[in-house]
Design a protein around this ligand. Sequence first.
Ligand SMILES: [Zn+2]
Length: 325
Amino acid sequence: MDRTRSTVGGVALAAAVCLFAGVGIRAQQPPGQNPGAKWTDDELRRAVAPARVGRKLTPVKWPNNARVAVCLSFDVDNESFLLARGETSPTTLSAADFGAHSGLPRILAMLDRHQVPASFFIPAVSAMLHPEMIPAIMKSGRHEIAVHGWIHEYPPTLADAAEEERLMNQAIDFLTKATGKRPVGYRAPSWAFSAHTLDLIRKSGFLYDSSLMSMDEPYEVMSNGSATGLVELAIDWTLTETPYLGRGGTLPSPDKLFQLYREEFDGAYEEGTTFVLTLHPHVVGHRAPMRYLEELVAYIKAKPGVWFATGEQIARYVKTAEPRP
Ligand SMILES: [Zn+2]
């Protein structure tokens, strides 16, 4: 996800990409059209069928009898989102470049202080422009590196399935070469599936996706009535910071947002499910939100029975564990 505003595309485009990415491109049609109001029952069912909830995958028990699984995830968008849209203003790019120079090192240092793992979803171009990032993330041996597009392209507006597949394969190849390991996790740029994305990530053999939002616990994705075997580690527009902080944000201080995160974690802890948080180095990596993030990590760590894990570790576990009845 990215809410960095583009002077090329203008504020309206950036807002549209972000606000409507989660509900599909039909939401971008002019008001007054409401084509769905004329769809038949079958058409409505077909419209929602491509990616639905299958088996719930919260296990009977977590490793080491933990009560909850916590996945801290970071989308390392940096300049990729802007470059994909042709933005070349040095000042605009510099605000996103902050993610590589100040944001990521601060995040990695904080994770080291608390000795917890995280998953980093990286557009390949972000890693290409800052080749020091991947070795820095890999240094501790705790973190996962996963796919977040080639250049944070917007999948619903790519030309066709072949173009999307080309970019996905470029991203997989780049990260495989840079890390020495084929990535197993996928998160769509702008969290937006095209009509082809799910088929392509299945074809590429990904273990899990983390772009959908139908539940706040893990589930298997169903596609047009068939089980896909793909684990979904669902995310949510409130469990991220870009709509609320930074240049495009609406909050003057992170305190309310991190209060929400804490209460969401408390709920996941009570339910014994998962807490998946998604943040961005170029936004959360600033000084004030980092203070709140570190306090949140310390709060979660202080609770007994918390399993901090990467998306890969959680997905591998729930895929074979006995699910709750
Ligand atoms: Zn992103």
